[in-house]
Design a binder for this molecule. Structure first.
Ligand SMILES: [Zn+2]
Length: 270
């Protein structure tokens, strides 16, 4: 009996011991290439030395090198073109999109947390749009708002125009990183956005909130545009909470409590 117990505990310890991880040669090559980029020894657009030179310098086989470069190309760190060699990706958009998208997909994110991030980012987007906007942009926004007003009875059409309004403002901010981040957060919120519009009387309120954002942008008032955008999205968060509470989702009730009375900062210089 005692002997059996000893055998059992020995076995359980064995199961807790993890095998020591060996970093593969291709993984080590990939890590070094990433380090060379992050410390500026390799710059965006720069071509990597030839495959033969790299194999010699790394002291690695062709297959290990190819595996490393292929992995870095898939995630968007490198660009590999047949006949054109391999170079460092010019912009980090694909890489950024891949890592953030992966994080959003693999981790369970509360809709409330995503809306919080959206409020912060789109406040900046509206403020920057107000300072950069042109007469042509204002005319486009005015036409879009007219369409929103005409679609106040059509939830699906309104949802699409609502999306266009936010995309247009993000583009006006002239900050590609901001555009990407907002688009990523939004892609995770698509279902929630439509749910919110199902709340009774949501559309007329949403229209007025967009109008307030537009009027601030038209006056080139960055602080007012930021505040109007944030109060629109906070109202959005409260409507989402209400939709959750009405459907018996307890998370909706906590969201409503936590989104009330919150103060956010809108810097005068975005
Ligand atoms: Zn909106």
């Amino acid at each position: 009996m005692l002997k059996d117990l000893a055998k059992y505990s020995h076995k359980s310890v064995k199961y807790k011991i993890r095998r020591i991880a060996k970093i593969s040669i291709s993984e080590e090559i990939a890590k070094q290439v990433m380090e060379l980029i992050s410390n500026g020894n390799l710059t965006p657009g720069q071509r990597l030395p030839s495959e033969r030179e790299l194999c010699e310098t790394f002291g690695a086989s062709r297959s290990s090198l190819r595996e490393a470069l292929r992995c870095l190309s898939i995630v968007g760190v490198l660009n590999a073109r047949v006949g054109d060699g391999t170079s460092v990706a010019v912009d980090g958009q694909k890489f950024l999109r891949n890592i953030i998208e992966w994080r959003l997909i693999t981790e369970r994110h509360d809709i409330e947390n995503l809306l919080e991030v959206r409020i912060a980012l789109e406040g900046v987007s509206a403020a920057k749009a107000a300072s950069h906007t042109t007469e042509k942009d204002i005319e486009m926004l005015r036409k879009l708002l007219a369409k929103m007003r005409a679609s106040i009875e059509d939830k699906r059409a309104f949802a699409s125009l609502d999306l266009q309004f936010h995309v247009m403002l993000a583009n006006m901010s002239e900050n590609a990183l901001l555009v990407d981040l907002i688009a990523l957060i939004r892609s995770q919120l698509l279902k929630a956005v439509y749910t919110v519009l199902l709340v009774p009387h949501a559309l007329p309120h949403a229209y007025k909130e967009h109008l307030a954002i537009f009027e601030a942008i038209e006056r080139h008032d960055s602080v007012a545009a930021c505040k109007a955008m944030q109060s629109h999205l906070e109202a959005h968060l409260r409507r989402f909470a209400k939709a959750g509470a009405d459907s018996g989702n307890p998370r909706g009730k906590t969201s409503q409590a936590s989104s009330n009375g919150r103060k956010r900062a809108c810097s005068p210089k975005p």
